[in-house]
Design a protein around this ligand. Structure first.
Ligand SMILES: *[C@@H]1O[C@H](CO)[C@@H](O)[C@H](O)[C@H]1NC(C)=O
Ligand SMILES: *[C@@H]1O[C@H](CO)[C@@H](O)[C@H](O)[C@H]1NC(C)=O
Ligand SMILES: *[C@@H]1O[C@H](CO)[C@@H](O)[C@H](O)[C@H]1NC(C)=O
Ligand SMILES: *[C@@H]1O[C@H](CO)[C@@H](O)[C@H](O)[C@H]1NC(C)=O
Length: 373
């Protein structure tokens, strides 16, 4: 039995991971119930014209219509485990949220539908994953109305003390557009800080997914890293113990222009090719990274910038990511800054099967780091 975490360990679970092939296939029975304190079932979506909600509907690999019942049953293994459900996600975007929150009747319908879904299924709470209020075809009034939604959910949930959290974007410009931090802080139990996707193929040069501090090649004016964003959230009035540091169990991939420059800040021609499991160009799960490095050790050139980030290339394929050492450093940092714990996007992208060594190396390293600071 591993040491339990002294803070929260929030594990997002994307039900679509059930559909991945081979070693990448992940379902409820793979869940590390001794490591996570909160599991967040992803994603409910919403009907913008009715305020209705639509449950995840990927058949699980164990043959269930969805994961809800099996997830809630995990509480039999660990009575302290909290099972939450998330609504939204990147793909859902803003349009339906905007339609619903700006209409008093639709918003009340949504609140009531969410309460009933949680109550009927035996969940412990809700995570709001609106990406993001007043952005991506949302409306200017979203920032204020998001607070209204959060307040009304909190009131509806009070009778049963259901948890209420939100996954949030992390830069000052996102806060300015989307979040009234001091108001949200009154009602939310936790902010899940999405501290990843700092770099990607939208940039002009290679960059790692989630540097803890500045990259060695960063221009000094570029404050695009975990440390800066944690300061931003605290400076905007969030209670530090309500902040949960998001950790990406994946890297951002690129195709280098040449082998003359294989560092961060190098020219690239496009995204790295999709991997075998996540199957998305530009992204490799930690499992995809570590398994390939294990299978082709001589072909990988790996550079770890201690306590900050890792990047590696195999010929022109380049990935910037976190390994157990950098995850541990980030979790220590979270504890030092007084944050409430750590969060993983996503539990199904770690080496859950122990293909490269021990099972769940990133989640275990985060817990060890948080507990040691
Ligand atoms: C939203 O709900 C309405 C009324 O039930 C239905 O007609 C419509 O198809 C739904 N929209 C989607 C995208 O499911
Ligand atoms: C949500 O909004 C999108 C447009 O972004 C739309 O295509 C989709 O049908 C909507 N879903 C529902 C259930 O209304
Ligand atoms: C947050 O909302 C409060 C109450 O409506 C308001 O007084 C305050 O100016 C808002 N702050 C921001 C940053 O929008
Ligand atoms: C962390 O961020 C703060 C605020 O931006 C900054 O003052 C500090 O120098 C940063 N620490 C490091 C080690 O870069």
């Amino acid at each position: 039995m591993k040491a339990a975490a002294s803070g929260v360990v929030v594990c997002y679970y994307g039900e679509w991971a059930n559909q991945r092939p081979g070693n990448g296939r992940f379902g409820v029975s793979d869940m590390p119930t001794d490591l996570c304190t909160h599991i967040v079932y992803s994603f409910l979506t919403l009907n913008g014209t009715t305020g209705g909600i639509i449950a995840p509907e990927q058949t699980t690999y164990e043959g269930k219509a969805n994961s809800a019942t099996d997830l809630v049953a995990l509480k039999e293994k660990n009575a302290d485990l909290k099972i939450m459900v998330a609504i939204g996600g990147w793909t859902e975007g803003s349009v339906n949220f905007t339609a619903v929150v700006n209409d008093d009747t639709l918003r009340a319908t949504l609140v009531s539908n969410l309460y009933n879904y949680i109550d009927t299924n035996g969940f412990d709470g809700l995570d709001l994953d609106w990406e993001y209020p007043a952005q991506r075809d949302g409306a200017d009034t979203d920032k204020e109305q998001f607070v209204t939604l959060v307040k009304e959910l909190k009131e509806a949930f009070a009778a049963k003390s259901y948890l209420l959290t939100a996954a949030v974007a992390v830069t000052q410009s996102n806060i300015d557009l989307s979040y009234n931090v001091t108001e949200l802080d009154k009602y939310l139990d936790y902010f899940h800080l999405m501290m990843y996707d700092f770099h990607g193929t939208w940039d002009s040069v290679t960059g790692v997914n989630a540097p803890l501090y500045a990259q060695l090649t960063d221009d000094s004016s570029l404050n695009f890293n975990v440390n800066n964003s944690v300061h931003v959230w605290i400076n905007n009035g969030a209670t530090p113990s309500k902040l949960v540091l998001g950790l990406g169990a994946y890297g951002k991939t690129f195709t280098l222009t040449s082998l003359n420059n294989t560092s961060t800040g190098a020219p690239f021609t496009g995204a790295g090719a999709a991997g075998p499991y996540v199957a998305e160009a530009g992204i490799y799960s930690y499992l995809e990274i570590c398994e390939d490095q294990k299978n082709y050790p001589a072909e990988w050139n790996i550079t770890e910038v201690e306590g900050n980030y890792v990047y590696a290339n195999k010929d022109l394929f380049w990935v910037g990511y976190d390994n157990p050492n950098t995850i541990k450093a980030k979790a220590q940092y979270a504890k030092t800054m007084g944050l409430g714990g750590i969060m993983y996007w996503a539990v199904d992208e770690d080496d859950f099967g122990g293909i490269c060594g021990d099972k769940f190396p990133l989640i275990s390293a985060g817990i060890a780091g948080y507990n040691s600071a």
